[in-house]
Design a protein around this ligand. Sequence first.
Ligand code: PEP
Length: 264
Amino acid sequence: MDSIGEGRNLEMSRIPVIAGNWKMHLTGESSGALAQAVADHHGGETGRKCLVFPASVHLGSVGSVLAGTGVSLGAQDCHEAAEGAFTGEISAPMLKDMGVKVVLAGHSERRHVFGEEDSRIAAKAAAILGSGLDLMLCVGETLEERENDRTFEVLDRQLAALNSFSPEEGPRIAVAYEPVWAIGTGQTATPETAQAAHAHCRAAVAGILGDEVSASMPLLYGGSVNPSNAGELLSQPDVDGALVGGASLTIENFGPILDAARNA
Ligand code: PEP
């Protein structure tokens, strides 16, 4: 159970996935301590998958703490090229070499703070899968897009990053629906809103990679998930997990979210 893709099949593929995106937070010491606390809390349970995405400089030390614990190591981003003159960047093969299993592409901060466009995100997604890593593609609409009734159109456009992949690659892909207006704002999507968006994403994935891949693909919700709202979100039929930002930074908050996955 090292990655979102391992051991996947139609019977067991939709077990809940709880992922913590630590963004540009924590020190070497505090990220190691949090990784240990997450591993202890997870306890190697097989009824859920647990992933953490530390800052890239902490991947090595966090990876050492997580080895053999059943908690998978993820990276928050990568460059689309395998190598080259790209000062400051990290490639997918380099991440793989460090023991990373899963890489995010298209996180809203990459799209809206760093100006990454769909074509760049598609190239990164291809680099991630091409390097043998699993992909967690993040999609989500802005408040303005939602208010203009463009949510589904935006999700379709962003999910087109999967167009170049084959159904055989499907088991190495997860999608995280993260409405931009809900990230870091405390304004969580209602369970009904999340379910509607997830159902749309699942249908869109079916159109791209086929019904079988779509039926078994984990779709995570992200956007101000906390211990109080995790249970209801995870109980929605098409919400298979949570990508958690702020509340993943302490075990006091992340632990109960992990526990909510038990009953999902
Ligand atoms: C995120 O950054 O992916 C996220 C969902 O953040 P938060 O939980 O803080 O809204």
